[in-house]
Design a protein around this ligand. Structure first.
Ligand code: ZN
Length: 443
């Protein structure tokens, strides 16, 4: 009996998702299922016992308690591998949460990364009603990483903080849950957002003691990861939600100066509007399945143009649009890319659930990226060439909202002015006629 069959026995509901997964299972699984189906009752009982044992084994306790936070380092081959899980949407339904575990387990097992980035919408918080539920879900979200002592970090999507736990409470839960969490909290009230922070990656030839003793100044990291919080309730430019603010960009500039402009990458949940230009004007790999992208303008914040000008951030990755998974080089300077939607909650990705893998090379600095799906398979992303069929941003977090408002305001002003002018003309004509009538009477 496959793991998914166990899920369907336990929960019954949501057959479409389970069938979807089943259809994409490999032949080995199907063969195993067939064999299992042909077994007699005794064998089924044995299988159930075995499966229960396996499940118990999966509910592991960390074999080794991590007493101090890990330091991120390139390995001996000068590589540093990141798995980006995005839009996991835990908390939507129990059966989806269990399927999410399979995605995470298969991706992590096949890639064995140095670091995992949870780039927002870890939770479908609109469907979570008790604070305690977050702890149960966090055990699941972090299980595949804790099992292998792989550090992780989080940033917020637009659905993480919609439930009973605030953003700061989620950060506190994560930080206190395990020392493998490298999540940090912005405590400067002048900078919007909670999860704006930088993680340093040290050279492969630095030993841990030298790194630890020189964390403050002596040793310069060879690379770093910038993490931005786009879950802002109010955005100047659009008058809407979800964007990056000028002050966050100023924070990035300060950090970048302190680090000496070293080659870095960055994560944020909601994509900036430059992703539309990238698709329309450049060759990219992957798909634009969402038809329109929910993104924000950056004219005021200069979020992407600052990165291009400074030249230190070589890759910016995001999620949010579940059916988009393309990536490409923007202005010959920075790679912009969607992750692959990782979770089963909310609306589905166009292809299988999975994750984007980002591998950094230390010397000379370069980025290689690919998709690993729920079945543990590598996916080849199709090349898309720019053509006349252009994509456009959706209204939700752009200043199109603003444009609409100003169009209405202009219409109202013109309408009211016309009414007033017509009334004045009409009044003047009427009073002139009245005067003429009076003069005739007087005559
Ligand atoms: Zn989402």
């Amino acid at each position: 009996m496959s793991r998914v069959q166990i899920l369907s026995k336990l929960f019954g509901a949501c057959q479409s998702k389970i069938n979807y997964y089943n259809n994409n299972n490999n032949n080995n699984n199907n063969n195993n299922n067939n064999n299992n189906n042909n077994n007699n009752n005794n064998n089924n009982n044995n299988n159930n016992n075995n499966n229960n044992n396996n499940n118990n084994n999966n509910n592991f306790v960390e074999t080794e308690t991590i007493l101090k936070k890990p330091i991120l380092k390139f390995n001996k081959n000068g590589k540093f591998k990141i798995v980006q899980f995005t839009d996991l949407h835990y908390g939507e339904a129990d059966e989806y949460d269990l399927l999410n575990l399979i995605v995470q387990e298969n991706v992590i097992e096949n890639e064995l990364p140095d670091f995992v980035m949870l780039s927002g919408d870890m939770f479908s918080s609109y469907n979570i009603f008790e604070k305690e539920k977050y702890l149960i879900l966090w055990e699941m979200v972090t299980r595949s990483m804790r099992k292998r002592n792989i550090p992780w970090s989080i940033t917020f999507g637009n659905h993480d903080c919609e439930g009973p736990l605030s953003g700061r409470e989620i950060v506190n839960m994560d930080q206190s849950y395990s020392n493998l969490s490298l999540t940090q909290e912005n405590t400067d009230p002048n900078i919007p957002g909670i999860t704006n922070y930088n993680l340093k990656i040290y050279s492969s030839d630095s030993d841990e003691t030298s790194v630890e003793s020189s964390l403050s100044s002596v040793m310069v990291p060879s690379s770093s990861i910038f993490i931005f919080d786009s879950d802002l309730p109010q955005c100047n430019e659009s008058g809407s939600w979800g964007c990056i603010n000028q002050k966050q960009v100023q924070w990035y500039k300060n950090q970048s100066d302190q680090l000496g402009n070293i080659p870095s990458i960055a994560f944020v949940h909601i994509p900036p509007v430059e992703i539309i230009d990238l698709w329309n004007e450049n060759m990219v790999k992957g798909d634009f399945g969402d038809k329109e992208s929910c993104c924000y303008y950056t004219d005021e914040s200069e979020f992407v143009s600052t990165m291009v000008d400074r030249g230190d951030i070589k890759g910016l990755y995001f999620g949010h649009d579940h059916k988009n998974d393309f990536h490409g080089l923007y202005k010959n300077s920075i790679e912009l890319g969607y992750g692959r939607k990782s979770g089963y909650g909310s609306y589905n990705p166009k292809y299988l659930e999975g994750a984007r893998i980002i591998e950094l090379t230390e010397q000379p600095f370069s980025i290689k990226t690919w998709i690993r799906n729920v079945n543990g398979e590598l996916e080849t992303q199709q090349t898309h060439y720019p053509n006349s069929y252009s994509q456009s941003p959706r209204y939700c977090c752009t200043h199109e909202d603003h444009k609409d408002e100003s169009t209405w305001t202009l219409f109202l002003i013109v309408y009211c002015s016309t009414i007033i002018i017509i009334s004045v003309i009409f009044y003047r004509i009427k009073s002139r006629d009245q005067n003429q009538t009076n003069s005739i009477i007087e005559l």
